[in-house]
Design a protein around this ligand. Structure first.
Ligand code: ZN
Ligand code: ZN
Length: 295
């Protein structure tokens, strides 16, 4: 498990030979297989829970198929990359998801994000930590039960380096259309987004997610509720990805504010995207803005 640079393309690649054995809910043999995220499964293994009425509401467990080497001794003696990888289970209910959650459920999810982020990121061997979510198969999920993932890394990944470098000379976002805002966050559509329909929820106060306070947790829950209600009304309950970008602990950049990318997955990638490294953004921003703001 190691970050390497591909000699042919110069791209960074994370080599991990074990992850192919992951079980997949979407292969058609779901019936009869117990969901590992439902109540009653893996109950003894929780790294974190929020309990109400003596039942967990959200729960963090180790990822059975970690992306990196999780053992610190192995990392120190071998030529490999290190990190912790957890699954963040967002509900007790097998089919409840981001399109159904209420304000309180989102607040519990964000509190779990905060706890696990601070815990994984404080490890001195860790240079970067990311929280991300894949919803449904075509967005990369292997389990239908609503969950996010958190991965800490012994290196800073290329995408975050690129964002920080952009900020040295330019602003991170070009033209943007603000859909909604509150005290702590701005929710907007960037004009030149990488993928059609991408939305950004950007914090106003800090570069680092570790700093999120109780007020901001409430405001972010409000923003999540709003954005997923809007996506549901415009596109239906489609697959999506989210990922959280926060400043690495070793880097100072006053202009950088932590933010969440929300990407409704309307289209699929094909040969053009793979062959050119370009994604076609077919977004008509005016049309999109009208759709989102009229609802
Ligand atoms: Zn389940
Ligand atoms: Zn970003």
């Amino acid at each position: 498990m190691k970050l390497v640079t591909n000699k042919h393309t110069g791209r960074k690649v994370l080599i991990n030979k074990l992850r192919d054995s992951r079980e997949n809910d979407f292969l058609g043999h779901e019936e009869g297989n117990k969901c590992p995220f439902c109540p009653g499964e893996n109950e003894e293994k929780a790294n974190f829970t929020i309990n109400e009425n003596e039942e967990w509401q959200v729960k963090a467990i180790d990822n059975k198929y970690p992306a990196l080497v999780t053992n610190i001794e192995e990392y120190q003696k071998n030529n490999c990359d290190y990190g912790k990888h957890e699954v963040l289970i967002e509900t007790r209910e097998h089919l409840r998801n981001f399109y159904d959650f209420n304000q309180h459920e989102f607040e519990n999810i964000i509190k779990m994000y905060k706890n696990r982020y601070i815990e994984l990121d404080k490890d001195e061997n860790v240079k970067y930590t990311i929280i991300y979510k894949n919803h449904l198969k075509s967005a990369g999920a292997s389990k239908i039960h609503s969950h996010s993932q958190i991965l800490s890394m012994s290196f800073i990944p290329p995408e975050i380096k690129r964002e920080i470098n952009t900020l040295k000379t330019d602003s991170l976002w070009g033209d943007k259309r603000i859909i909604t805002e509150n005290e702590s966050f701005e929710l907007f559509l960037p004009e030149d987004s990488f993928l059609s329909g991408e939305m950004i929820i950007e914090n106003r106060n800090s570069g680092r997610f570790n700093d999120i306070n109780d007020e901001e947790i409430k405001d972010l829950a409000k923003s999540f509720k709003e954005v997923f209600d809007k996506i549901n009304k415009v596109y239906g309950t489609i697959p999506f990805n989210i990922y959280l970008h926060s400043l690495p602990k070793t880097i100072r950049s006053p202009k950088f504010k932590w933010h969440i990318h929300v990407i409704p997955r309307k289209g699929k990638f094909g040969g053009f995207e793979l062959g050119t490294g370009l994604y076609i953004n077919s977004l008509d921003l005016d049309e999109m803005y009208n759709k989102f703001c009229k609802r």
